[in-house]
Design a protein around this ligand. Structure first.
Ligand SMILES: [Zn+2]
Length: 226
């Protein structure tokens, strides 16, 4: 587990999930791969928390590497599960997950086939845009492209913390590039511009290292060049 900032922790177990620890309890952003929820629960123990302290699990999008632990963690904690309205049927198990945009490449399709399916989970709240239920200082920003219902999450702490899910990635030098398995499209690049228009200091990603300090500037620099 890596501390990104006070009360913000990144669990990296093949994919990143995040613990937000605050006065109102614990919030998870994404829940990792299926059957790997132990890493998240161990992380909670490390910071003196337990599953029952989790008030909400907020999911950026309906792919198994982000929703996989949600069912088990929800059973342990009773936490409210919150997803976008559009991706909710996938998370519930009522609709198949949409493949990532780059999946026309057969070799990648084979790799994705190795990710175990996530169990369907009951959804407590859906969000479209704006305030996230249960968590007073978290808001949802629609960032479609990676999936139709992908949301990024903006936390009003530390000058703004953006959880970008798979709608963008960081580069090794602290820049930003198109997100995990995304291809260029007007909708997807529109989402990058949306994020570049927000104010935040820290950005966290599903599949790359966080940018700590001036993160919105990295988004603005990227979109200025597309
Ligand atoms: Zn994804």
């Amino acid at each position: 587990m890596e501390q990104i900032a006070a009360g913000i922790h990144q669990i990296s177990k093949g994919v990143n999930a995040f613990i937000i620890d605050g006065d109102e309890g614990v919030v998870l952003v994404d829940s990792g791969l299926p059957k790997r929820q132990g890493a998240i629960l161990d992380g909670l123990t490390t910071i003196g928390r337990k599953a029952q302290d989790i008030a909400a699990i907020v999911i950026t999008h309906g792919h198994a590497d982000h929703t996989g632990g949600a069912g088990a963690i929800k059973r342990d904690s009773g936490a409210a599960l919150i997803v976008s309205e559009t991706d909710a049927p996938v998370v519930r198990g009522d609709a198949p997950a949409a493949p990532p945009p780059i999946m026309d490449f057969p070799i990648l399709r084979n790799l994705i086939g190795l990710v175990p399916q996530a169990e369907g989970v009951a959804v407590d709240h859906t969000v479209v845009d704006g305030d996230v239920p249960v968590v007073s200082d978290l808001s949802a920003v629609p960032t479609p492209g990676h999936t139709a219902g992908h949301i990024s999450l903006l936390l009003d702490r530390h000058g703004g913390v953006l959880f970008a899910g798979d709608s963008a990635m960081s580069t090794r030098s602290g820049g930003v590039r198109r997100g995990f398995m995304n291809r260029q499209s007007a909708r997807f690049d529109g989402s990058l511009r949306t994020m570049a228009g927000l104010d935040f200091q820290i950005a966290c990603f599903g599949h790359s290292a966080a940018i700590v300090g001036g993160a919105a500037g990295s988004f603005r620099a990227f979109v200025a060049g597309i």
